[in-house]
Design a protein around this ligand. Structure first.
Ligand code: SF4
Ligand code: SF4
Length: 309
């Protein structure tokens, strides 16, 4: 397989796994530091860190402090590089705000930075490059294709707009009941916390998403249900990073439409050139990878210009 055919897939897997690894190291290191300071048994991995690593307290503490300064927290709110900047999940923050909770300055700044990064540049790329559930749903999609389930009858009709309705309901419920409603049941938070801090019931949420996408609805969770994906779609509606379609190079094979998790984004394929403007595009690059005619590529600045014919 040519590397160009999986370059975005490789990049996505690298960023997703690297982010998880940094969170694991960061949070594990904090626990280690506390353990060394308190000379207590380390709870989360069930053993004493010195016996686990076979090192002296001072060396362990020094190494731990390096990792603990890279990433602390979780996907809802994280401190990066010792607090040089924070990144906050805008949906979690909005729910907490509507529920009547105050937002600390670092949390509010974290929201602003996330909105700036995805709103101006990356669009809904969080879903393809950061979210751990994407690993689960991509695997379900892979198996669906292998098992021929894509050709089976749809067992459930659920409009893609449902996710925006769920987003609205989550916010209303948060305001009415004074709780961050979606956070209570979010498979994203459950899976992320499970991977970083130790898996509990979160595994069942991930399995439910996997089975739903595999047997019931293609791209079911991310494409139809997830309010966080809907939130990032809205935030990134006018983002600069776009998929650009060169009409003159297109042979209308429609491989891109078949692989795209949000096929309505590719409606102009074979009909109209230029940058695709639909907000639900994940910037996953799958359409670009499967196009053998170089009719699709990422474009940053020229999304308003029409293709010259
Ligand atoms: S749609 Fe939701 S679950 Fe899917 S990748 Fe995006 S944030 Fe994650
Ligand atoms: S249009 Fe391309 S980059 Fe956007 S979601 Fe579809 S396959 Fe991914």
């Amino acid at each position: 397989m040519k590397i160009a055919k999986i370059k975005y897939l490789t990049l996505r897997r690298f960023t997703q796994i690297a982010i998880l690894a940094l969170f694991i190291l960061g949070n594990y290191s904090i626990a280690t530091l506390k353990n060394v300071q308190n000379k207590e048994e380390l709870g989360i991995f069930g053993g004493n860190i010195e016996s686990l690593i076979g090192d002296s307290s001072s060396v362990v503490a020094k190494e731990a402090s390096v990792f603990s300064s890279i990433a602390q927290g979780n996907l809802s709110h994280a401190k990066w590089f010792g607090g040089i900047f924070n990144l906050t999940d805008p949906l979690a923050a909005l729910q907490i705000f509507l529920a009547g909770g105050g937002l600390a300055l670092d949390v509010a700044l974290g929201v602003l930075l996330v909105v700036f990064i995805y709103g101006v540049f990356l669009g809904r790329a969080y879903c393809a490059f950061v979210c751990p559930i994407n690993l689960v749903t991509d695997f379900a999609n892979f198996l669906r294709a292998k098992l021929g389930l894509n050709y089976a009858q749809h067992k459930l009709f659920l409009p893609r707009s449902t996710r925006f309705v769920i987003l609205g309901i989550s916010l209303i419920l948060s305001a009415i009941f004074g709780i961050a409603a979606f956070e209570l049941i979010s498979p994203i938070s459950m899976l992320h916390r499970g991977i970083v801090f130790g898996m509990g019931f979160g595994i069942f949420a991930a399995i439910a998403v996997f089975l739903f996408d595999l047997f019931i609805l293609k791209n079911g969770f991310c494409g139809h249900i997830c309010p966080l994906g809907a939130m990032y779609s809205l935030i990134g509606k006018f983002a600069l990073l776009r998929v650009y379609h060169t009409l003159s190079a297109c042979t209308k094979c429609m491989k891109c439409v078949q692989i795209c998790p949000e096929p309505e984004v590719l409606k102009p394929i074979g009909k109209k050139g230029g940058a695709l403007k639909t907000m639900t595009c994940l910037r996953c690059g799958r359409c670009i990878e499967v196009c053998d005619d170089n009719a699709l590529q990422f474009s940053i600045l020229n999304f308003t210009q029409k293709e010259k014919r």
